[in-house]
Design a protein around this ligand. Structure first.
Ligand code: GUN
Length: 295
């Protein structure tokens, strides 16, 4: 069996086109654009690329983008002051502070300072708690994007065995809560799990988010399972070049799985699309407007 390839790039493009329509409707009703502020501290090359891409995608969807690039030696107090300004700015619906932050800044303090109703990353403890309690709130973009891909593939998730490999606050934990909310039977596996093979082997749904290149081998996968690979790892390739691989050995796994996301072009493009979606939801909330169904 050769797996169906889950085309996250195409799915994200369709979602972004729909978000642009909704954003236009919002502008007509509210008389302003939905606004997203993105804050980058320091010059990390990968983060700088992501932040640039977020700004472009925001504008392409007809939304306002406010990008703040601060020097690497920014004091925590100065970043907290910027967050307070953005919290109070009515043109800003969503605030994203790009992680990781330099060592002199306590990320948890910064995340906690963001207004939970502008926390489009879904990292604030209030939103993490809402998700864990089954209450409405902002959900982190990458796991929500993974869930959209899963729902597109499976009409019913209830009762399926799911394994989430990785327990980060950004992906693993919220992913597990989302799957639980869909009535999956969820296992969270991590670096100390004794029988990772066994946990993966019984899963109908595998979400890999550990950051270990090609850790999960093809013969671990249950035949027909759906595999969502969140990993993006750069490894050495032939002739001094590098290439991107996921946390799953793709060539092996596609021979066994029912469906699988490629790296790149799978989960990656969904993250920014969901960020725009969360910003639009925030904008409707701030204006007291009802967001269209299915957002
Ligand atoms: N760094 C890597 N991924 C993310 C993300 O989704 N949000 C933020 N704020 N920083 C990140």
């Amino acid at each position: 069996m050769t797996a169906a390839i889950i085309d996250g790039k195409a799915f994200a493009a369709t979602l972004r086109a729909r978000l642009a329509e909704v954003a236009a409707g919002f502008v007509a009703r509210a008389g302003r654009k939905p606004g997203l502020a993105v804050v980058l501290v320091g010059e990390d090359a990968a983060s700088s690329v992501y932040v640039g891409a977020k700004g472009k995608a925001t504008e392409a969807a007809g939304m306002a983008s406010f990008t703040h690039r601060l020097p690497a030696d920014t004091a925590e107090a100065d970043l907290l002051a910027l967050v307070a300004t953005l919290n109070a700015d009515p043109a800003v619906d969503g605030i994203l502070v790009q992680l990781p932050l330099p060592p002199q800044i306590d990320s948890n303090a910064v995340i906690a300072a963001i207004d939970p109703d502008k926390d489009v990353d879904g990292f604030h403890p209030i939103n993490a708690g809402r998700l864990a309690s089954g209450l409405p709130g902002f959900v982190p973009c990458t796991p929500l994007g993974c869930l959209m891909l899963l729902k597109d593939r499976h009409e019913h998730l209830a009762g399926l065995e799911a394994v989430v490999v990785g327990r980060s606050n950004i992906v693993g934990k919220p992913m597990a809560h989302l799957l639980l909310r869909e009535s999956c039977t969820v296992t969270i596996a991590h670096s100390r799990t004794r029988d990772l093979f066994g946990a993966v082997r019984r899963a109908d749904i595998v979400v890999a988010a550990v950051g270990v290149p090609e850790l999960i081998r093809g013969d671990w996968i249950k035949p027909g399972a759906t595999v969502i690979d969140v990993g993006i790892n750069r490894i050495d390739a032939d002739e001094g070049k590098t290439r991107l691989v996921g946390d799953v050995a793709f060539a092996e796994a596609r021979e066994v799985a029912g469906a699988i996301t490629p790296v790149p072009g799978g989960v990656g493009p969904m993250t920014i699309a969901v960020l725009l979606r969360n910003t639009l939801v925030a904008a409707h909330l701030h204006e007291g407007l009802v967001a269209p169904d299915g957002l």
